[in-house]
Design a protein around this ligand. Structure first.
Ligand code: HAM
Length: 424
């Protein structure tokens, strides 16, 4: 038997109820905040990711699924969506109509990480990217949108971690100070961090290896190096979050695993998962549009990890599968064609309909209707056809009514619609 590739998984129908609920809620919620959907492809030129996420990041260094394209250029399955959305924004000149574009996208991402709980090689993100505004209210409104999305789904136990990573004016001084401080402790660092130190000392701040964490306890903090503009931006953001009563924790060690961030960086973490506790992460990336060949346009965004969110929401609890409203039980070969037409007609009329075309005995069909959880059963046999009346049975109350077969689809759909409104 051919099995799944390690790190990949199937999302089975019994789990799809909650996935669909999350996606439906996200679309509605984001659209009420003025966002429009965009769907970039899952394959891009590898260079897009190395130039945006950064050459020295774990994602680009060791986690991309890459392969040569037809003209020898390397291609990659996207490890995240921000770079693709920025590419599309530039390539289609979306900024020319209006630099302010609020875009969201939902889909799979691919990272060759070591599989573990909450960490998959194909995982799903809901991304929101807001182009064209440098105001801290933009960052705040995005966070409000993410936070209230989790509230809508009744997710509790969340904490918002917030930091400012500065800008090209103030970050170099911080980088130098960090480099000097870490260099003194180089021997205590893991092999990865020793290598990272030269090119990107900020990465060391983020390392989860206990030795590196200890070595970094006394390291300088970005918050102490922010220029006046970055300070004002950060205090504008925290004031706006205070205004909306969104609780946050300032976390000066939060650097995130992608290099494009400027100023705001944030994560929403849960207490319900193990080590992989971030259910959303994002931040501002004011230099990215320009560095990928577009005009100088600021932007900010975030992504929610759907796989982790599903784990938090379900946490061992079974979410019931949707049940059919109606089961068409056709008794005897002669009525099958008529029952088939009614089952099609009722589905087309918007009634969630199941049918059994086996011609089996009524008892066996009722058992199947019960197993599926059907609320009503439409019973048709030769006698019903002769009397021009089918039977519609409420499976819970066992009440049944006769329905004229000449207008069966409209009659049944009408009764069920009234039932939904509580009329019966
Ligand atoms: P990220 O922090 O790399 O940010 O990913 C965002 C979220 O995706 C994480 O918080 C997590 O929930 C989920 N995630 C990441 N890797 C995995 C994995 N291997 N398995 C399961 N879930 C995972 C970004 O991707 C940025 N593009 C976010 C952003 C948008 N920044 C600005 N705009």
């Amino acid at each position: 038997m051919i099995r799944l590739v390690r790190g990949f998984r199937d999302i089975l129908p019994k789990d799809m109820t909650i996935w669909r609920e999350i996606e439906r809620t996200a679309k509605k919620h984001f659209e009420t905040f003025g966002f429009f959907e965009i769907r970039p492809p899952v394959v891009e030129q590898s260079e897009l990711f190395s130039r945006s996420i950064g050459d020295m990041t774990d994602i680009v260094e060791k986690e991309m699924f890459s392969f040569p394209g037809s003209k020898g250029k390397m291609l990659s399955l996207r490890p995240e969506a921000t770079a693709s959305v920025v590419r599309a924004y530039i390539q289609h000149h979306l900024y020319a109509q209006d630099p302010v574009q609020k875009l969201y996208t939902i889909g799979p991402m691919f990272r060759r990480e070591r599989p573990q709980q909450g960490r998959f090689r194909q995982f799903y993100q809901i991304n929101a990217e807001w182009f064209g505004s440098a105001s801290p209210f933009t960052d705040a409104q995005l966070i409000v949108m993410a936070w209230s999305f989790f509230e809508k789904l009744s997710v509790s136990g969340l904490a918002l971690h917030l930091n400012s990573l500065g800008c090209p004016a103030c970050r170099p001084a911080f980088r130098d100070a960090l480099f000097a401080a870490i260099s003194k402790k180089k021997d205590e660092l893991c092999e990865d961090c020793k290598r990272r130190l030269e090119k990107n000392p900020l990465r060391v701040l983020d390392c989860k290896v206990p030795g590196c964490r200890r070595a970094m306890e006394t390291a300088p903090l970005m918050t102490d190096f922010l220029c006046d503009d970055c300070k004002a931006h950060f205090s504008g953001l925290t004031a706006a979050l205070d205004k909306m009563s969104i609780p946050y924790e300032i976390d000066p060690r939060l650097v995130r695993g992608l290099d494009y961030y400027t100023r705001t960086a944030f994560e929403i973490q849960t207490d319900a998962l193990g080590a992989q506790n971030a259910v959303a992460g994002g931040g501002r990336y004011d230099g990215l549009v320009k560095s990928l060949g577009g005009p100088e346009i600021p932007a900010v965004g975030f992504a929610i990890g759907v796989d982790r969110l599903v784990e938090v929401i379900t946490a061992g609890r079974e979410i019931p599968e949707p049940e059919p409203e109606l089961f068409v039980a056709a008794i005897g070969e002669t009525v099958l064609q008529q029952a088939f037409a009614w089952a099609c007609g009722l589905s087309m009329a918007g009634v969630i309909t199941e049918a059994d075309f086996s011609g089996r005995r009524l008892k066996a069909q009722l058992r199947r209707a019960g197993k599926l959880g059907a609320k009503y059963v439409l019973i048709v046999g030769e006698d019903e056809i002769a009397a021009k009346q089918a039977l519609l049975r409420n499976m819970k109350t066992k009440n049944q009514v006769q329905v004229p077969i000449d207008t069966l689809v409209e009659s049944v759909a009408g009764i069920l619609r009234h039932e939904k409104q509580g009329a019966i």
